[in-house]
Design a protein around this ligand. Structure first.
Ligand SMILES: Cc1cc2nc3c(=O)[nH]c(=O)nc-3n(C[C@H](O)[C@H](O)[C@H](O)COP(=O)(O)OP(=O)(O)OC[C@H]3O[C@@H](n4cnc5c(N)ncnc54)[C@H](O)[C@@H]3O)c2cc1C
Length: 180
């Protein structure tokens, strides 16, 4: 763990200079799943309805987002402006559409399998403070993943040759997956 901290600026040195006051706790037993979030007389928000590995730190924002959407759907249902079931179905649709790209990214990242094309993308990101900010915005949920990882942004970031290398890496990754 300390070796990993050494890769993050002065964090390693600061951690080594500190006193550990408890055990280091870890788990690999973390679920990733979408559940149908409503039925007659019930609705699910937050982790109960959609849970993903906390590596990308999305869960708190998603729980608030869900609570806001479900309360709006219930209010509309009770006040008679939109039938409850229709409102809750729209909630599920929006939740899934908002979260799908981040869910796939998260599950992929949590697998710790090296990302195809990551050797091109991450050094390019590290060299661009503006794009690093955007990428961190994606990780904190401020910017939708689907707006950041567009072919246009990638092209600007890694150039034509970089893009070609990424496409080739992804092609051979898919071939390996199919073979496996
Ligand atoms: C190690 C770790 C690190 C994380 N880091 C981040 C992060 O940096 N950023 C981020 O956004 N998210 C993070 N998350 C995810 C985040 O904690 C969750 O997504 C978020 O807490 C979900 O909120 P929730 O209200 O849906 O569920 P919870 O916070 O789990 O709340 C559910 C509550 O219901 C209670 N409960 C369960 N069953 C019953 C019952 N039958 N009767 C009464 N009460 C019950 C539980 O005790 C709990 O208090 C992390 C998660 C983990 C595990």
């Amino acid at each position: 763990m300390l070796d990993a901290f050494d890769d993050a600026g002065d964090l390693g040195a600061r951690a080594r200079a500190a006193t550990r006051v408890g055990p280091i706790r870890a788990t690999a037993d973390l679920p990733n799943m979408f559940r149908r979030p409503f039925g007659p007389g019930w609705a699910l928000v937050g982790d109960a309805g959609l849970v993903m590995d906390p590596i990308t730190g999305q869960g708190i924002g998603q729980a608030f987002r869900d609570a806001e959407m479900v309360s709006a759907a219930i209010h509309a249902g009770i006040s008679g402006s939109t039938p409850l079931e229709q409102g809750l179905a729209a909630y599920q649709q929006r939740r899934d559409a908002d979260s799908r790209a981040m869910y796939e990214f998260t599950v992929d990242l949590a697998s710790f399998v090296p990302k195809p094309g990551g050797d091109v993308l991450f050094p390019a990101l590290a060299a661009s403070p503006a794009q690093t900010d955007r990428f961190l915005g994606v990780l904190t949920g401020v910017e939708p993943m689907s707006e950041f990882l567009t072919p246009r942004t990638l092209l600007r970031l890694v150039g034509v040759r970089g893009m070609a290398r990424m496409i080739l890496a992804q092609g051979s990754h898919r071939t390996r997956l199919r073979a496996a």
